[in-house]
Design a protein around this ligand. Sequence first.
Ligand SMILES: [Zn+2]
Length: 487
Amino acid sequence: MKWFIRSFILLYLICCGFIGHAQAENKKFGNLEDITARHQVDILIVHGAVITMDCNKSIYPDGYVIITDSVITDVGAYSKAIELVKAKQRIDATGKLVIPGLINTHTHAAMTLFRGLADDLELNDWLQNYIWPAEAKFINPKTVRLGTELAISEMLLSGTTTFNDMYFFEDIVAQTAKAMGIRVMVGECLLNFPTPNCKTPEEGLKYTEELIQKWKDDPLVSVAVAPHTPYTCSAALLKSARALADKYGVMYHIHLVETAKEVDDCRKRHKMTPVEYLRNLEILNERTIAAHCVHLTSRDISILAERKVKIAHNPGSNLKLASGIAPIMDMLNKGLCIGLGTDGAASNNDLNMFEEIDLTAKIHKVTNLDPTAVNAYSVLRMATIDAANVLGLGHLIGSLEKGKMADICLIDGRKFHLVPLYNPISQLVYAADGSDVSDVLVNGRIVVRNGHILTLNKEDLIKKVQLLADKIRNNRRIEQGAALDTK
Ligand SMILES: [Zn+2]
């Protein structure tokens, strides 16, 4: 009898196990079958090494991503069930790394037009004697469109899917970004002197408010209020800009403490650091993006952390202009959220985020004399999910997760400098480059395929830029000649 009862229990357990397993399998298939049964999906990316940058640090060595309309509807490890998915387009990502599109948290896109015009100069000399005069003469809606097209082409081809811009005629920047299929945050640069677009700060504020209203429901474009710096904007302008940003709940984007001179001048004028000055003006809060933050006291870092200010770290530009190296380790230790940026191409001199990733991973090790400082994963976060949080867009972009917008970058791992592959994060941070990017999707649209941009004619653009560069070069010669004549 005991034998019979034992056998019965065993049989029962085996059956339960089998049914449970079958249910689990069904459930696993269910997700994909639901997707398949509901309707045909738009894009299936399959067999790539998928690095999600989600909060569990999920990596699928042989993974898939499903996209419907503009959204990621599923992501995970490959199984035979994937073959049931009916996709309008299937991208075989064998041998490729699949990552969230990179996010450039601080740039001036149209300044690509001045790439290489003046180098090896100190910031104020470079700005006042070269860049500002060239901008005054050559920056208009037409040239901003051209320079922005050049910048976006470069950014898309090197894996950037979102950029945070501060320049002039930002409505043109928004239009250009939308036409070329890249995500953008635009901010009209506000100054206390006339700009190529606005004669007065009031005009700049009005233009910004119109931008906010015009683009408020756009899937690709968002708008920030963008006063240039605490020293080129009056206290009144800084405060009016803050009021405008608060009125619409948008980000406030400003250069802050880029050079030691800025700190010295501020101490002379206001008897405090620029960070303390902005704190006293009640400018700083969690919807503030502070670009650079190179020369900070420990008190400054505490203030930025208390106010939850977001940091755009631009190592390439800071190194080239010898501005200094931002104390990123101290900021991370205080819990600050940091994203990477290239700054403009006139001070970098390119918009390749892979270079910023590489620099960030290395310069903070050497400044801290600590090879464990700022590890590879944390740097990749600064170019993806942390950068998204810097822009206040972390709920939409920055990681490959169900429900997020499909901003995705594929990197061709079949290059000599990318084999063998032990650790995809190490490979991306220490070995990969922008030229390894093969395919890019923004908002579910394929904008780069097999290393070619699909939304612009390359030869036409290069020809137009060369023509304008000839004019800028000739003008510079005439100005230099005039300067010699007056000596
Ligand atoms: Zn800048």
